[in-house]
Design a protein around this ligand. Structure first.
Ligand code: ATP
Length: 390
């Protein structure tokens, strides 16, 4: 049988890994391809506070699931001690001693192969398929292949992959800056957000793509308006624009969800002290939305709070909370009486804008004979006492 394997730390697996594996499997005509995440890589330190072995395993399963005949193996994750490729190869060979076994690797690994534990044995025993990680590495691969053939009788082949110049190390850095989603399989990105790996901050466009199905079609223009307004306000008032954009994108995510499901999110999150009263039904989606945003998309506590208080407000709101509250109130689709004045004020005096808008809201609720949530009165009272910025 012609089989292949790809080892690595996959911390996280990215499209460079996936595309190369798919191309190699096809070009070599592999009947089976194994992806084998390392438990303890012999040649590099795993970064502190990163993904656990089981999480890397799960991400690998998600990343490579569309490649036919591919299986992710947990051998190295489960094995004690350093994950030497030679041990894995022994096991693979024992399963099919007559078969042809290919090791897949990028230029960087191909280059160092002779220095690995039992590297010369690996080069004599395996077939090796190498491919470029960066454009223009073909000549280097060919030179190494010639050297290995002469020295070890190695059987190698260069795979024609269009290089995607990215590494997991760079990706972890990008993810923390709210970038990098396009370099990852979608499901891996979703997993990273959900589990808040690598101190990820959602990338707004990628988050929006994931979140859109949570909204009713008719709500989309409101969310988009809110998103633009939140970014503009954040820029005007010196708040974190990425947090503002993400909070706006997520602020209404549970709005179309049945009450029962919303309450489940609140309960699961555990930190939401909200005993549900039907009279405050309008506020429930903010509490459940914050819980869902944290549980499903791993947002930071600041963003979670901005979503949580976007309907009621509260005393002593943070700058981000004020921005999301007001963005929701003044986004271009809103036509509430008095909104024009609040829009103008939001440019010159954020607290005055909020005070005016809170007053309008309370008046509107009273006119409708709805009971305002107590937090809304507290928000207004706080602003009126002049305790702003405390
Ligand atoms: P790190 O940044 O942590 O070193 P990495 O991106 O190099 O990670 P690994 O999991 O160590 O990823 O790599 C596993 C295998 O995938 C290696 O054979 C490596 O050469 C190959 N590889 C890594 N990045 C790419 C890429 N962009 N294109 C093709 N192959 C790649």
């Amino acid at each position: 049988m012609r089989r292949g394997f790809l080892g690595g730390t996959f911390n996280p697996p990215h499209l460079g890994h996936v595309r190369a594996a798919a191309k190699a499997a096809k070009e070599l005509g592999l009947e089976a391809l194994y992806v084998i995440p390392a438990g303890i890589p012999p040649h590099k330190e795993l970064p502190e506070g990163g993904a656990a072995g089981d999480q890397r395993l799960e991400m690998a399963r998600l990343a490579f699931r569309d490649i036919p005949g591919l299986e992710v193996l947990d051998w190295e994750i489960r094995r004690a001690g350093k994950s030497y490729t030679a041990d894995t190869v022994e096991r693979l060979l024992s399963e099919d001693p007559e078969g042809e076994l290919w090791m897949l690797c990028g230029t960087d690994m191909f280059e160092t192969l002779p220095d690995w534990y039992r590297g010369d044995w690996l080069l004599r025993t395996l077939h090796v398929a190498a491919y470029p990680r960066k454009a223009g590495e073909e000549a280097r691969i060919d030179a190494l292949a010639e050297e290995y053939r002469r020295e070890y009788g190695a059987r190698t082949r260069r795979i024609g992959v269009r290089a995607l110049d990215v590494s997991s190390t760079e990706l972890r850095e990008l993810l923390h800056r709210g970038k990098g989603a396009s370099l990852l399989p979608k499901e891996v990105y979703r997993y990273i957000l959900k589990n808040r790996l690598y101190a990820v901050r959602p990338e707004p466009d990628a988050l929006w793509e994931l979140v859109r199905p949570w909204y009713k079609k008719s709500r989309i223009p409101h969310v988009e308006g809110c998103r633009r307004t939140a970014v503009a306000l954040a820029r005007r008032w010196g708040a974190d624009e990425l947090d503002a954009e993400n909070a706006a994108i997520l602020h209404d995510i549970t709005k179309k969800m049945p009450v029962e499901e919303q309450l489940q999110y609140c309960e699961k999150r555990g930190n939401i002290n909200f005993s549900y009263h039907p009279e405050y039904e309008a506020a429930l989606h903010a509490f459940s939305g914050a819980a869902a945003a944290a549980l499903e998309f791993g947002v930071s506590p600041e963003v979670e709070d901005a979503i949580r208080w976007h309907t009621t407000g509260r005393a002593d709101m943070s700058l981000l909370e004020k921005i999301i509250w007001l963005a929701d109130y003044i986004e271009p689709g809103r036509t509430t009486p008095g909104v024009e004045e609040v829009r103008r004020l939001a440019e010159s005096d954020l607290d005055e804008a909020l005070r005016r808008a809170l007053k309008n809201s309370l008046r509107h609720l009273e006119e409708q004979s709805w009971t305002p949530h107590p937090a809304t009165r507290e928000a207004l009272a706080f602003l009126c006492r002049g305790e702003v910025g405390k």
